[in-house]
Design a binder for this molecule. Structure first.
Ligand code: ACO
Length: 323
């Protein structure tokens, strides 16, 4: 069986840093409240005119450079975003053009904060089916554009950024050389719409809309769903929680990360944490954290990595890989 092996990772964060102190001058909040409830200290905000595709393109180029590949080596781009440049065409097509990729196909996936895991599973399945050999998987967001900057319950939690990975087909499943994505598991529950949504859209209102969230209710579902999907992803692989070297979680909130680690019986040190500096970057958060932990040498070849995420929809999922 073919596996999708990670050949490169890349990341890009906008230059502008927004601190909690700055937010405290905009809404009735404090650094102390934000840090205690979320673990977030600062986030990045895209510059005026800086689009989701601009962030995505920089992360994509970095991932391709690390893989040592030209854009035309790609068969497929899957880009996860809930904040596309335009209603259509797909932001993935803007990245395809920006990279100068003259072949293959590109499309977007929309699963909000779970988007990268959904996009990874999608690309992995194209590779396993033999319809692509080399794929670029991107998570990129400009959530700053859909926040209600007067709503202290949401505007303090999110940030902008992009991360990308290159996957390449490799035979070797069942052998000593077995690497790459071992298993993915995806879920959604559309009945939870009202807990986390954007109150606009081309068909519903003809506007872009702003993010609305019942934070406490989202929180209640997060730890249970995430720990369950990690267990489901491990099942049947011959690996257990004790075999995981690194969890690369969606960076929504430090308390959700801690709660999930506790519920799984996993040492907190095995969780890659970036939420303190990035905030919640939705679909970008997992590849941003992945790029950081690969870049600083924490994640090493052969190690077992579990990625997991949950977001609006609800959607949730996980991907297990041997690096
Ligand atoms: N600063 C100060 N006070 C605030 C702020 C703020 N920024 N935001 C809310 N409050 C107040 C509320 O008004 C409330 O006041 P009240 O008691 O007088 O009514 C009080 O703080 C408590 O509010 P809660 O919402 O109950 O606070 P909670 O402890 O649940 O923390 C939080 C809020 C941080 C949003 C938490 O619920 C959370 O993290 N939820 C998960 C949200 C999340 O991670 N979403 C993303 C996951 S899915 C995705 O990534 C898209």
């Amino acid at each position: 069986m073919r596996r999708s092996v990670f050949a490169g990772v890349g990341a890009y964060l906008p230059e502008r840093v927004m601190t909690n102190a700055e937010l405290a001058r905009m809404v009735d909040t404090s650094d102390e409240w934000i840090v205690e409830r979320s673990g977030i200290r600062e986030r990045r905000i895209a510059a005026a005119g800086e689009k989701t595709s601009d962030l995505a393109l920089k992360a994509a180029q970095a991932a391709l450079d690390q893989a040592g590949l030209e854009a035309d080596a790609l068969d497929l781009i899957v880009l996860a975003t809930a904040t596309p440049d335009e209603t259509f065409p797909a932001t993935a097509c803007a990245v395809q053009a920006g990279l100068g990729m003259s072949r293959g196909f590109a499309f977007d996936v929309q699963a909000v904060c779970s988007g990268f895991v959904f996009a990874l599973a999608t690309a992995d399945n194209f590779i396993k089916a033999g319809q692509a050999d080399t794929a670029l998987v991107i998570g990129a967001e400009t959530f700053s554009r859909i926040l209600d900057w007067k709503d202290r319950g949401t505007c303090v939690l999110f940030g902008d950024g992009a991360g990308a990975t290159v996957l390449r087909a490799q035979d070797g499943a069942g052998t000593a050389a077995d690497r790459g994505i071992l298993k993915t598991a995806l879920h959604s529950d559309g009945s939870k719409h009202d807990l986390l949504y954007v109150d606009g859209g081309p068909s519903a209102t003809g506007t872009v809309g702003q993010l609305r969230m019942q934070g406490r209710e989202v929180f209640k579902h997060a730890v249970g769903n995430l720990s369950a999907v990690v267990g489901e992803t491990l099942a049947g692989t011959g690996l257990g929680v004790q075999d995981i070297d690194w969890v690369v979680p969606h960076q929504a909130n430090l308390r959700i990360l801690d709660g999930t680690a506790r519920k799984l019986g996993l040492p907190r040190e095995k969780m890659v944490v970036t939420v303190d500096r990035h905030g919640n970057t939705s679909a970008a958060s997992v590849p941003l954290a992945l790029a950081e932990a690969v870049g600083d040498g924490r994640i090493q070849p052969g190690q077992v990595v579990m990625m997991e995420a949950m977001g609006g929809g609800f959607t949730w999922g996980a991907a297990l890989a041997r690096w």
